[in-house]
Design a protein around this ligand. Structure first.
Ligand SMILES: C[S@@+](CC[C@H](N)C(=O)[O-])C[C@H]1O[C@@H](n2cnc3c(N)ncnc32)[C@H](O)[C@@H]1O
Length: 192
């Protein structure tokens, strides 16, 4: 799968939530994790993060929303229940994305929402725990961008295995072929 993703939370205050979110991010193959204006006891975050994600996944802690920095070309996706948010099952994940969740007893700040390229909501009856919301978004990214055998029409596992991946020709060769076809057709027209 091309691209990468990171995930983080704004104004998070419970170390168990940080640990749970970062452990899940590690399991789903996050490229980085981050916090913005967090106020949790950092040394206790590992209670829920038994995978010790900080030893494997880079973690960035930003003091304020203004301090937030993302890699070049990385889209910022807010995960929040807002009226205008796109429903997750209808959302196309950017190849390079950073997902950001809101705090336990509140939501994403207006300043952070302002920075987001998209805001996405999970169609639930009411808000779920933020680490759970993060896990759902990461799973949705995995199943909508990963390569898996198609679901069958009847209940149960796939009836056909995943076909082997076929590599396309290199982009430069395809461009060369197009350019020489365009030249040939131009010469053709001029000769007529
Ligand atoms: C527990 S919720 C915050 C409480 C929430 N404001 C309320 O109405 O009780 C914490 C964070 O989880 C995320 N979240 C929870 N449920 C969500 C959903 N259904 N869709 C999108 N984000 C959700 C959001 O980032 C939210 O800011």
């Amino acid at each position: 799968m091309r691209g990468y993703f990171g995930i983080g939370a704004e104004r998070i205050s419970k170390q168990m939530n940080v640990g749970s979110l970062f452990r899940t991010a590690h399991a789903f193959g996050a490229g980085f994790v981050f916090t913005v204006a967090a106020s949790y006891a950092r040394d206790e975050g590992e209670i829920a993060d038994t995978s010790r994600s900080t030893a494997s996944v880079p973690q960035y802690d930003y003091e304020t929303v203004q301090d937030l920095r993302l890699p070049v070309g990385c889209g910022l996706i807010g995960i929040e229940i807002t009226e205008d948010a796109v429903e997750l099952p209808s959302f196309r994940h950017p190849r390079c994305a950073a997902y950001v969740l809101g705090q336990e007893r509140g939501s994403l700040s207006p300043e952070l929402v302002e920075l987001c390229d998209h805001v996405v909501k999970i169609p639930t009856k009411f808000a779920v725990n933020l680490a759970i919301a993060g896990a759902i978004v990461m799973y949705d990214r995995l199943i909508s961008t990963g390569r898996f055998a198609a679901r069958p029409l009847v209940p149960g596992g796939p009836s056909e295995p995943l076909p082997p991946h076929v590599f396309g020709e290199p982009l430069w060769r395809a461009k060369q072929r197009e350019a020489s076809a365009a030249r040939a057709s131009k010469n053709d027209r001029e000769e007529r």
